[in-house]
Design a protein around this ligand. Sequence first.
Ligand SMILES: *Cc1c(COP(=O)(O)O)cnc(C)c1O
Length: 415
Amino acid sequence: MHYFSYKGNELHAEGVSLEALAREYGTPLYVYSKGTIIRHINAYKEAFCGSGGVLCFALKANPNGAILKLLAQEGAGADIVSGGELFRALKAGISPARIVYAGVGKTADEIAYALRKKILMFNVESGEELEMINEVAGGLRTKAPVALRVNPDVDPRTHPYISTGLKKYKFGMPIEDALEFYRKAAKMEHIQVRGIHQHIGSQLTEVAPFRDSLKKVLPLIERLRASGIGLTHLDIGGGLGIRYNKEEKDPPVPEELAGDLLPLIKRVPGLTVVVEPGRSIIGNAGVLLTKCLYRKKTGEKNFVIVDAGMNDLLRPSLYGSFHEILPARKNRRACQAADVVGPICESGDFLAKDRQLQAVRQGEILCVMGAGAYGHSMSSNYNSRPRAAEVMVDGKKHRLIRKRETYRDLVKGEL
Ligand SMILES: *Cc1c(COP(=O)(O)O)cnc(C)c1O
């Protein structure tokens, strides 16, 4: 569910016309709907937090400070994967007691930073990382709370670049070896074993892979308890998908995920559930506005050349992913198939291929839907393009939450 819809012929974010925003702030422009974000946060809170669960927003989906502040006010924690993300989360007012830290390559400095800030737990991805955390915690005369990230070897049935829960990927520790790792961890002087973590992939459209994974993880928790290693936290990861294409069916909502998983989890008493959604909170709460610069026809194809490229929205180029593209203003022109492409000098620079669109004219604004997650956060300066501005809409109000970069910003820091 989101609050982007046509009022008459004009596409709106809540009560604001997107065409008017494009005129006021320029393009390419990311626009977010505050109401949609709050709706999604509440859906997770109702599903998981009633029973004491901890909601940790995955910052990498969208780390804009204004969005994080909103999430902090709504009581959300953070799932971070770098020291930079920890800095952003704390700056936005997210409580360290609700921050979990994953990622296969945490540096000693990053570990020390997180220890000093007293985060909820490190989600540890290897034996050597565990030793490093023990060492750094010793140096700071403290104990590091950890969960081991297990790789349950289940197929999340999503794109290979965003699946993580199969043995062939770099994430987590093989579940068969987990018992041994836990025994080692329990003996380390500066480690406090707190939980267990799984995150099997992203853009998951069914509950089954979560369930399959828990069926391996829950018995492990019981075995660990039987051998005197008492875990208190079960982090089930994030990964719930959103609908990018009208033709597809809706992925499960948080309520369905909780309805399916919590009864299973409750069979093992005394576990605090941590959930780490990114995309399903912010994905369809944001859109990318772009202007048609030119059109051209080659023998085979119609091209619509727009002012947003793969540096602004990488997902189509990186994953071949589908984003719905809607005209900011509907008209009665016939549809035709076109490739919507950006200005970047790469043939891989496209937002859509062979897409049926109402015939587009020069200067018209197009709206790339479902761009709130892994959109601006993955954007870059490739081709020396300043990164796009971001705007938050709240009812009939709107405000800039990130300035458009300037040419000066491009060379800032160069010596
Ligand atoms: C990326 C990531 C998430 C969030 O994934 P979404 O698909 O955006 O919900 C959660 N946990 C970890 C460890 C991640 O790396």
